[in-house]
Design a protein around this ligand. Structure first.
Ligand SMILES: [Zn+2]
Ligand SMILES: [Zn+2]
Length: 138
């Protein structure tokens, strides 16, 4: 199945080629780094195999930084409008994490869980029917 996405201004576009929607794992993360990275109350990404992802137009800018003791975080975003497109950390293996809102049809890949619930904003309710972890592994 093909899923398309892109940044806010439309310069950077990508395509996701998954054998089924189950190949993606969308999750919400309430950790402090995600709040900063997304400029939001939480981060939300879809984890997909890196080989399933291809840029179809535009060239993203790459940013790498230390996301904790020596764990490098790799990010790619549109240089023109600033939309984050994807990120992956040193422990991501062969996966990449797509910024969920960049999907043209985010509803196609609904969340399966929440991470770092201990840092959830006090006003934000739990998403019903998905897994909830206090941190990453608990
Ligand atoms: Zn853009
Ligand atoms: Zn996080």
């Amino acid at each position: 199945m093909i899923y398309n996405g892109g940044c806010y201004c439309g310069e950077v576009r990508y395509q996701l080629d998954l054998s089924s929607p189950d190949e993606a794992r969308t999750s919400v993360c309430h950790c402090k780094n995600c709040k900063k990275l997304f400029g939001s109350a939480f981060g939300i990404t879809a984890k997909v195999p890196r080989k399933a992802f291809t840029f179809t137009s535009g060239k993203p800018k790459i940013h790498e930084s230390d996301n904790g003791p020596g764990i490098m975080l790799h990010r790619e975003f549109c240089e023109t409008c600033g939309s984050g497109i994807l990120e992956y950390g040193a422990n991501a293996g062969d996966n990449t994490y797509i910024m969920y809102g960049t999907l043209d049809d985010p509803e196609a890949l609904p969340p399966k869980g929440e991470f770092f619930c201990k840092s959830r904003s006090t006003w934000m309710p739990e998403i019903p029917g998905v897994f909830h972890k206090q941190e990453i592994k608990e």
